[in-house]
Design a protein around this ligand. Structure first.
Ligand SMILES: [Fe+2]
Length: 185
């Protein structure tokens, strides 16, 4: 199971902490089960229903995890003061799981399209994702990253790791949105 998920989302393999990695895998597995998806469908589910042509949820999760990873690498390379380093395992786990709640927020329409689920209309993915993470015993610092990564977290205190994930998420989300808009103009 874990190996299957690492093949699907290779950035899970960057997590050296076995227990944390297993918890992340358990959250992905449970989210698929609860949402009625197969893991393979992460390639079909769009990263957003907000604009057409968006990359898959799997691609977005990988992009945000990579951007968070690279941010840490820049800090580690340039900062000799170790106080100026975010917590890598928490940062990466939060980046990997930040949108896992979309597996509960979205559902298929009878004709195979994607739409918001009944639960998703009441609890957006930061809430459902945080609930999943808490249920699987993820550290509060990871649940926090999921909970505040989107607009619900604006105006709330964000940890450094949560701020990096928030910005990495927007960097990918808004860049893709604007590139698609520019290409169709
Ligand atoms: Fe996202």
């Amino acid at each position: 199971m874990t190996q299957d998920w690492i093949e699907r989302i290779p950035e899970l393999g960057l997590l050296q902490e076995t227990a944390l990695r297993e918890q992340c895998v358990a959250v992905f597995t449970d989210a698929c089960r609860q949402g009625g998806w197969t893991p393979k469908e992460l390639d079909a589910i769009p990263m957003t229903l907000g604009y057409p042509g968006a990359p898959s949820l799997r691609t977005h999760i990988r992009a945000v995890a990579r951007l968070a990873h690279q941010t840490f690498m820049v800090f580690r390379e340039l900062h000799t003061d170790t106080r100026l380093l975010p917590d890598y395992p928490l940062l990466l786990a939060g980046a990997l799981l930040h949108d896992v709640g979309k597996l509960l927020e979205y559902t298929r329409t009878p004709d195979g399209d994607f739409t918001f689920s009944r639960q998703g209309l009441l609890l957006r993915h930061p809430f459902s994702g945080a609930m999943l993470a808490a249920a699987h015993g993820l550290p509060d610092a990871v649940t926090h990253i999921i909970a505040v990564h989107a607009r619900e977290g604006d105006g709330s205190p964000r940890s450094v790791e949560a701020r990096i994930v928030n910005k990495a998420d927007l960097l990918h989300f808004e860049s893709v949105r604007d590139l698609l808009a520019a290409s169709s103009a």
